[in-house]
Design a protein around this ligand. Sequence first.
Ligand code: APR
Length: 232
Amino acid sequence: MKKNLVVLTGAGMSAESGISTFRDSGGLWEQYPVEDVATPEGFARNPELVLDFYNARRRELLKAQPNEGHKGLAELEDYFDVYIITQNIDNLHERAGSSHVIHLHGELMNARSTGDPSLVYPLSEDNPDIKLGDVCEKGYQLRPDIVWFGEPVPMIEEAIRISKRADIFVIIGTSMVVYPAAGLLNYVPQGVPIYLIDPKDVATMRSDIHHIRKGASEGVKELKKLLLESEE
Ligand code: APR
């Protein structure tokens, strides 16, 4: 029986792939007011601005490749049952080969109906933009399939179930300030080893965390070494 390795990732996971983070200096929320581009109220006020913001994110993603960190996590499936819970809206974990990926905050490459949330449409690389006037089969405007601030996080229940079953828990590249994602740590059973990969200090409240103070690519390499040593 393989152990369950549960990995919570955030924007720093994809930074080395050229995807912008949110709260680092020069991060996205410095350039774009979050209430304008990532809330239902912002979308109601100026849908075109919001669509353009996510169209730009999607074009950034289409130029990006998974980094060594994403690939290293996929390789860990040889040794562990790896469950990735990501706050990221990119598809770089999947493209690196990870089998179990939960997206807490939605997926950039999907569009969703504003009138019927069950209508979700994959966007193609050839035609990746959502424009004002693009509608679902029932005639409602399409929006990005993203969880905005103030909206429910439907995947959190599944993420909690997975976190409770962790034998090893790893946090990579997230400032741990956005809930409910940051609260997942509270469901990790006592005694489970917790690793953090981040070049900076992070707002975590537990002292028993093994901090690998590196970027995602180097950090995952070190994690793999530590995990395989402790399994011997
Ligand atoms: N490798 C690993 N971590 C890195 C790297 C790197 N190369 N570069 C930066 N980081 C770390 C930063 O030190 C920081 O702790 O990644 C973290 C990024 O934090 P945020 O920008 O706050 O991103 P995240 O925690 O994913 O944000 C959570 O907030 O705006 C919302 O919905 C959005 O999912 C997002 C959520």
